[in-house]
Ligand binder design. Structure first.
Ligand code: DGY
Length: 329
């Protein structure tokens, strides 16, 4: 890189190694207080910085892109790339980015295994009622082992239905099949040519819901998947079934999920993502049979570092005049 170092706004604290790599290459504005940036601050960054490195909690919606354009008085934005640190980009208005001529990149692959691990953990926590059990011990309400106390359900031999058979859904399928002995069916947007011999394609969402003991969501948040799981689709699930969501909160109607957990047919659910993060639907908070995690899918030191480094590689490519490896659009 020659000349003045590009100015990059980094919206949240990142692992030390990532911030060091950024600092060595760019003139960075970091956020040591780690307070979410306002829409106005994000717009200012798009208008005046050379690059922006946001995360999923930064909403770069149409209003923010318009506000950025207002700052430049209609002239092109200074920002040459939005290098998102995360794979999902539903928090970024990609059409507005395209109109503004700003490429958006993400960080695929590196978070696959950890996110699938978290889905597996939620599956087990929900099936074995581990959230409830832990709360019971902490509350001093455990009276010692009794054979009929706190029974869960064994996943072995049960049918896992994976909705969205991309990298993460597929990794979960492999782990659940190999480690837990589950049977697997999946729903994919396109035929999966190299599907595993033990995984079968479900003909439709209804068919998958009606024949799965556990349903795990791995589809992106799009207008088509908004409230994919609603009162009608939840009602199609088997009595005693479990729903796991590590994808995006908007895929599930949380009010309808709370009703299905309270009145049936669901026995339990495990959630890592919510419609209005960090808010959680109050009806879910009141239920014992739902495990609630705070969007931890990729939250390991190893993966968060790898994600940050992948975002750095995308910045590096753009500022070196090359195509970024992970351009979304
Ligand atoms: C992702 O990568 O999309 C995760 O949800 C964390 O941002």
């Amino acid at each position: 890189m020659s000349g003045a170092r590009p100015h990059v706004v980094v919206t949240r604290c990142l692992p030390e190694a990532v911030e060091a790599a950024l600092d060595a290459r760019y003139r960075c504005t970091f956020n040591p207080a780690d307070v979410p940036m306002s829409g106005a601050a994000l717009a200012a960054a798009l208008a005046t910085a050379d690059g922006l490195l946001p995360v999923v909690s930064d909403r770069l919606d149409r209003a923010v892109w318009h506000a950025a354009r207002d700052i430049t008085g209609g002239a092109p934005l200074r920002c040459r790339v939005v290098a998102n640190c995360g794979v999902g980009v539903d928090h970024i208005d990609l059409d507005a980015a395209r109109v503004a001529g700003v490429p958006v990149t993400n960080t695929p692959d590196v978070l696959t295994e950890d996110t699938a691990d978290l889905a597996l953990a939620l599956l087990l926590m929900a099936a074995r009622r581990l959230g409830e059990a832990e709360r019971l011990v902490r509350a001093g309400r455990w009276a010692g082992l009794a054979p009929t106390h706190h029974p869960g359900r064994s996943p072995a031999g049960k049918m896992l239905g994976v909705v969205g058979y991309g990298r993460i859904g597929r990794a979960l399928a492999r782990k659940a099949h190999d480690a837990l002995g589950m049977r697997v069916q999946y729903l994919a947007r396109r035929p999966v040519a190299d599907a595993e011999p033990w995984a079968t394609a479900a003909p439709s969402l209804d068919a998958l819901l009606e024949t799965s003991d556990v349903v795990s969501l791995h589809c992106p948040a799009t207008p088509e998947t908004h409230h994919l799981m609603n009162a009608a689709t939840l009602a199609r699930m088997r009595p005693g079934a479990i729903l796991v969501n590590t994808a995006r909160g908007s895929v599930v109607d949380e009010g309808a999920l709370a009703a299905a957990l309270r009145d049936g047919p669901l026995a339990a659910a495990g959630l890592d993502v919510y419609e209005q993060e960090p808010a959680v639907h109050p009806a879910l908070l009141a239920l014992e049979n739902v495990v609630l995690l705070p969007h931890l899918g990729s939250a390991t030191v190893e993966t968060r570092t790898a994600m940050g480094m992948r975002a750095v590689a995308n910045l590096d490519a753009v500022f070196a005049g090359r195509a970024p490896p992970d351009r979304v659009r």
